[in-house]
Design a binder for this molecule. Structure first.
Ligand code: COA
Length: 323
């Protein structure tokens, strides 16, 4: 039987502090009505100084291990997707390794912006199928509040902080109950790097950088690329739209999410939405949404879940998972 990556556990962490649209409107030329209407966002969580990328990732990863009934010694690798690491190095993944007490293995950070979690799932799945590792933590953790231009109403209203994690375990696939990751597809188009980027880096001493975005362009590409990604995932597995139980999309804008749901012909109750409360948490958004729908019992064992995401790069991709 071929090896498969079973999604054995899932966890999430959100900062305590909630920032409402009205609070933003009190200091920016915007309004709760505008933000809700154009994006579906009502609020976002904002990390305190204590809630670093590593701290939130560790909390989410610990919860994922607990829900999998796993212990730190079961972790062979930690893949942490983030655009907002705490340090240039060591990798935030290794801060998590130390904080969890994982005794060995390896880990690294992965930079693919909002598509980072799907990228992480893909890399982890390939390593598991190759027999290189048996237990992998894939984490998305982001503190975009620290790279926001808080005077740019076109971008700062859209993002929030948080972390989500899954624990993948190698398992035997079986013909009838093919649990686990069925497929992943990754894409990138570097020539579109200038429609969504951070205009600095840790390596530039006086310019850590803030996020710059051409929202209209990103929106246009997101709808086209994610539609293609959805079709590609189904075709690669010989499945039809009717086979998908749940869409767990990247949470950037409710209008993009609804367009993807329509593409799949899914009723809105089969599309997991957290953007209203979390805003866009970049690499954390898909695992946060998945964690919520698993925790409240909507997504159950055996369900077919399609995840998709697109982010700065451009990067985009999908993961099709039988829970
Ligand atoms: N409050 C009030 N007005 C705002 C605003 C805000 N927070 N942000 C922008 N505006 C204004 C603009 O300045 C513009 O005014 P103008 O016509 O006088 O120039 C007007 O609203 C319309 O702007 P536009 O950019 O056309 O709005 P939109 O309907 O495209 O919505 C986004 C803007 C950013 C919400 C939308 O483009 C979007 O969600 N894009 C995708 C972003 C995304 O997903 N990024 C992350 C991908 S990982």
């Amino acid at each position: 039987m071929p090896l498969r990556s079973i999604l054995a556990g899932i966890g999430a962490y959100l900062p305590e502090r909630i920032l409402s649209n009205d609070e933003l409107a009190a200091r920016l030329d915007t309004s709760d009505a505008w933000i809700r209407e154009r994006t579906g966002i009502r609020q976002r969580h904002i990390a305190s100084p204590r809630e670093s990328c590593a701290f939130m990732a560790t909390e989410a990863a610990r919860a994922a291990l607990t829900s999998a009934g796993a212990v730190p010694a079961d972790v062979d690798a930690i893949l942490l997707a983030t655009a907002t690491p705490d340090q240039a190095f060591p990798a935030t993944a290794l801060r998590v390794q130390a904080a969890l007490g994982v005794p060995g293995g390896f880990g690294f950070d992965l930079s693919a912006a909002c598509a980072g979690f799907v990228y992480g799932l893909s890399v982890a799945d390939a390593m598991i199928r190759a027999g290189q590792v048996r237990g992998v933590l894939v984490i998305g953790s982001e503190v975009y509040s620290r790279i926001m231009d808080w005077n740019d109403r076109g971008s700062c209203v859209l993002f929030g902080d948080g972390a989500g994690a899954v624990f993948l375990r190698a398992g035997e696939g079986s013909g009838s109950i093919d649990r686990g990751i069925l497929s992943t597809h990754l894409h990138a188009q570097g020539s579109l790097g200038d429609i969504l980027y951070v205009d600095g880096a840790v390596g530039l001493r006086d310019k850590p950088g803030t996020l710059v975005m051409n929202g209209r362009e990103v929106f246009r590409h997101a709808v086209v690329r994610l539609s293609e990604a959805v079709d590609e995932a189904l075709a690669a597995n010989g499945l039809s739209r009717r086979d998908v139980d749940w869409l767990v999309p990247h949470q950037a804008n409710l209008r993009i999410i609804e367009a993807m749901g329509k593409r799949l012909g899914l009723p809105s109750e089969r599309v997991v939405v957290t953007v209203d409360r979390h805003a866009n948490t970049s690499a954390a958004s898909v695992p946060l949404a998945l964690a919520e729908a698993v925790a409240d019992g909507r997504i159950r064992g055996g369900d077919l879940v399609l995840m998709e995401a697109l982010g700065g790069g451009l990067t985009w991709g999908s993961a099709l998972v039988r829970m």
